[in-house]
Design a protein around this ligand. Structure first.
Ligand code: 2U9
Length: 357
């Protein structure tokens, strides 16, 4: 029995890995191992012999089992030490470069102007791009026969066969959102509506989908003087200039009366636009006092309330501010273009000038 003990304890001490250890376990204390064979011989012994040999065999089995488990954990420790010694990570290495997305200039311009109007007290409203006749035209004082309907180059949706209701349209301006806001909120109201709009038009200066921001302020004593101040503050903050001069030119829109197109003083120096000074004027938006019929269509009493509205093309604002030469580039999916003109995330402006992160 001492022979068995020294043989197996010796083998265990020598074992180099878990597989070797398992082989030793099977040979020594497995079901058909040497200790089991010896156990079977107990039956042939005299009771006296058995009384000595039985406990001794059990003790031998226990001793081999505990040597096996001690060796097993020693091997595991050694393996871990080896891994820790050979596998290592230099946490000071720079990370792998990742593809960076960027903000589209139109989104950037929209965020900038939204922040500016927010500081001027305007909330933001959005609405559906598929509109019905009423919200896109009638509520804005553009009835069925009105030439503006044709002028607006509207995209009409199809109705099912036999459905004779007027077709839905892709909104031609964001004005319907303001009508919906008036219905929902009533007066007084100060809201801007930025978003994509659609007109069947495509040339150097027009794309079938473009972006507008329209503003609306309605209260009991709002005048064109308030309109002028708001627009001046906006232009100064958006183009980041100290001062700006606006010129109002009489115009006509069905939804405003009186109506004015607004130019800003500027100069072109070697093709470089300078806003706020110079001998040139550049048209940037349309505006006016909201037509009483339009105020009534929004569910507000035009005898009590009045207000101003304006509309600005965001695409052109972005081109002017960031120096983008061709409108059609906005819809070009060339990533090199976006890398050139695109913006890192979260470049947000504030009224007091500069960008805050
Ligand atoms: C309501 C009442 C009145 C919005 C207005 C304009 C004048 C205008 C153009 C600017 C460039 C369209 O994108 S553009 O081509 N817009 O000239 N927009 S007044 O008037 C409204 C809007 C909503 C309820």
């Amino acid at each position: 029995m001492d022979d068995l003990k020294s043989k197996y304890l010796g083998q265990i001490a020598e074992a180099g890995d878990e597989n070797a250890l398992e082989a030793i376990r099977v040979a020594a204390v497995g079901k058909k191992g040497e200790v089991a064979l010896k156990m079977r011989e107990l039956g042939k012994m005299t009771p006296e012999e058995r009384q000595v040999a039985g406990p001794a065999l059990n003790a031998l089995k226990d001793e081999i089992n505990s040597a096996l488990s001690a060796k097993k954990s020693a091997l595991a420790d050694a393996a871990l030490d080896e891994r820790l010694r050979t596998e290592w990570l230099d946490v000071t290495l720079p990370t792998r470069a990742r593809r960076q997305g960027s903000i589209h200039p139109i989104s950037q311009a929209t965020e900038e102007l939204t922040a500016i109007f927010a500081e001027l007290g305007f909330s933001v409203a959005e609405g559906p791009r598929i509109e019905d006749d009423w919200y896109n035209f009638d509520a804005l004082n553009i009835p069925g026969h009105h030439p503006a309907r044709a002028e607006m180059d509207t995209f009409y949706m199809h109705r099912a066969e036999g459905d004779n209701r007027p077709p839905h349209v892709l909104r031609t301006h964001t004005s319907p959102v303001q009508i919906r806001s008036m219905e929902k909120q009533g007066a007084p109201i100060r809201v801007i509506c930025p978003g994509g709009v659609y007109r069947a038009d495509y040339d150097q200066t027009h794309t079938p989908m473009f972006h507008q921001v329209e503003g609306l302020a309605i209260d009991k004593d709002i005048s064109m003087a308030n309109l002028k101040w708001v627009l001046e503050e906006f232009v100064k903050a958006f183009f980041e200039v100290e001062d700006v001069e606006l010129r109002f030119r009489a115009s006509h829109f069905p939804f405003t009366e009186p109506s004015a197109e607004v130019d800003i003083r500027c100069s072109w120096d070697n093709g470089q636009l300078k806003i706020g000074e110079g001998d040139d004027w550049m048209e940037i938006l349309g505006s006016g006092m909201v037509h009483p019929k339009v105020i009534a269509a929004g569910g507000i009493d035009p005898e009590v309330y009045q207000g101003f509205a304006f509309g600005i093309g965001i695409d052109r604002l972005a081109m002017l501010k960031y120096g983008i030469p061709d409108l059609r580039a906005f819809f070009d999916s060339d990533l090199r273009w976006l890398r050139h003109y695109g913006f890192a995330a979260l470049d947000m402006p504030n009224l007091h000038g500069g960008l805050s992160r």
